[in-house]
Design a protein around this ligand. Structure first.
Ligand SMILES: NC(=O)c1ccc[n+]([C@@H]2O[C@H](COP(=O)([O-])OP(=O)(O)OC[C@H]3O[C@@H](n4cnc5c(N)ncnc54)[C@H](OP(=O)(O)O)[C@@H]3O)[C@@H](O)[C@H]2O)c1
Length: 467
């Protein structure tokens, strides 16, 4: 097994147990431990015949002690304090040459801090983003690795074996140092938020504006999954909308409280974007929409107090499909802009084409577009912007009228479409050579003497209001 003699995994929850079965399925021997030791016994039973290569241990320390060196231990526990705690305990139990791999959804700042701390103690640290949910973890996730190339070299055979495959090629790679893997995973999740929100907005319009049933909308999603929108999220949306609740016989979506959860990766994407002077409007809108959705009681009151009623909309199926395509391109493009800004800020030299490639299978945002995105990044790209790459600019020119029609109809009839409209606002801004921030600059100069760049003249100019 490359440069490690033994592999361990700590944290046998949803993701950890699925990943462990995947590792065993690929013929690697594996040591496991869990905070609650009974869970390891349950896991041994679950592993069945795969358990031949499995060693279970009562605690993290016992596992570390009994594993032959050099060891590599994967942590699959909730991000934050549990990871710090496990690392602290492992730093005491491990020795030089051993590797700790945090495979949870960790904030990349924590990964940078931990990498420095762990490596100062003579151990190796890897921050690894894993996408694909439980099924991905079991049968092949997309894996984004951050750390030194040498550290990745130690575990590469395992990682490439357990990763999803796209046309036979592993959807896993080393993307950069320390926090790079976790950052790319964070932005992946940000794009996921935007894409999910846009699909939900289209569903809302078809249902509450178009009078369609969930099953009819589901069938539409199913059909779209055969075309340009082909993707995991469209596929599962089609299935979900056609599912029926066993207890009530109603559409399954109708028995679900319309209040979305979030664990932080979408928010982190937006926070990091803003810190770098960027804005990912579609992702921001999606994070905001989840936040608003959780104010259920206020929304119930709002329906009464404000009295706005959603009206009918008439939008053709093809228009929705084109609008979703335009919006999806914009969400990906905004995600890659954030990756570009971070790559410069942290000197990561991220390979955007490669990132698109490893998202082509296994992960939640896998879609037919990603192959074209990787090709676009390898080809001509004016201003380094995906929206200007010839193939994408052509697709946007074709599909933007549909996005505009959908946003206009929704706004007119009182349907909230925050992600669609935020995506459109950004692209419209990027399509104007002359914008309106001349007035902003004038205002800033007026009240704060901030100065402005005079066209064809100097920076630091002031307006006549100061004469
Ligand atoms: N679920 C997904 O779709 C998904 C996808 C990608 C990434 N992730 C990330 O993967 C990581 C694990 O998620 P999960 O969905 O597998 O979580 P989970 O099902 O809740 O499992 C959590 C695991 O961590 C252990 N644990 C919890 N608190 C602990 C603590 N303070 N100290 C030590 N161990 C502790 C639990 O042990 P006990 O048995 O003792 O409770 C359990 O084994 C998270 O960072 C998550 O964000 C999840």
């Amino acid at each position: 097994m490359a440069d490690v003699a033994s592999l361990g995994l700590y944290g046998l929850g949803t993701m950890g147990s699925a990943l462990a079965l995947n590792i065993l399925d690929n013929g690697f021997a594996l040591h496991v431990a869990n905070r609650t030791p009974e869970v390891t016994e349950r896991f041994r039973a679950e592993a069945g015949p795969l358990g031949a290569g499995l060693r279970v241990h009562d605690s993290l320390e016992a596992m570390a002690r009994e594993m032959p060196a050099p060891r590599a231990i994967i942590l699959m526990v909730p991000a934050g304090a549990p990871v710090d705690d496990a690392i602290e305990r492992l730093c005491d139990a491990l020795e030089a040459g051993d590797t700790i791999i945090d495979a949870g959804n960790t904030d990349f700042h924590d990964t940078r801090r931990r990498t420095a701390m762990v490596e100062a103690r003579g151990l190796t640290f890897i921050g690894m983003g894993v996408s694909g949910g439980e099924e991905g973890a079991r049968y092949g996730p997309s894996i984004m690795v951050g750390g030194t190339p040498a550290a990745y070299g130690k575990i590469k055979p395992v990682i490439t074996a357990i990763a999803a495959k796209f046309e036979g090629e592993a959807c896993a790679d080393h993307l950069g140092p320390d926090g790079a893997g976790h950052f790319v995973k964070t932005v992946h999740n940000g794009i996921e938020y935007a894409d999910m929100q846009m699909l939900a907005e289209a569903y809302g319009l078809m249902r509450y504006g178009g009078g369609m049933t969930p099953a009819e909308i589901g069938a539409r999603f199913e059909a779209w999954d055969q075309g340009a929108l082909k993707s995991y999220l469209v596929e599962i949306s089609g299935k979900v909308l056609q599912a029926v609740d066993r207890e009530t016989g109603h559409p399954a979506v109708d028995v679900i409280l319309d209040s979305a959860g979030q664990k932080g990766t979408g928010r982190w994407t937006v926070i990091e974007a803003l810190k770098m002077g960027q804005s990912a409007s579609a992702i921001e809108a999606a994070v905001g929409a989840r936040g608003w959705s959780s104010e259920k009681e206020a929304r119930v009151a709002g329906e009464e107090i404000l009295g706005t009623r959603r009206g009918a909309v008439e939008i053709a199926a093809e228009t929705y499909e084109q609008a979703l395509l335009a919006a999806r391109i914009i969400a990906y493009a905004q995600g890659f802009r954030i990756l570009g800004a971070a790559s410069e800020e942290y000197d990561w030299a991220l390979d955007f084409a490669r990132i698109a490639e490893i998202w082509r299978a296994g992960c939640i945002i896998r879609s037919a577009l990603l192959d074209d995105i990787s090709e676009a990044f390898r080809g001509e790209m004016p201003q380094g912007a995906l929206i200007f790459a010839p193939a994408f600019a052509a697709r946007l020119r074709e599909s933007l009228p549909a996005l505009r029609a959908v946003v206009a109809a929704a706004v007119q009839a009182g349907h909230p479409v925050p992600a669609f409209s935020a995506a459109l606002a950004w692209i419209d801004t990027m399509a104007q050579a002359r914008g309106t921030t001349d007035l902003i600059q004038a205002q800033r100069d007026f009240f704060g003497r901030h100065g402005f760049v005079r066209l064809g003249g100097d920076a630091g100019s002031h307006g006549p209001w100061w004469e």
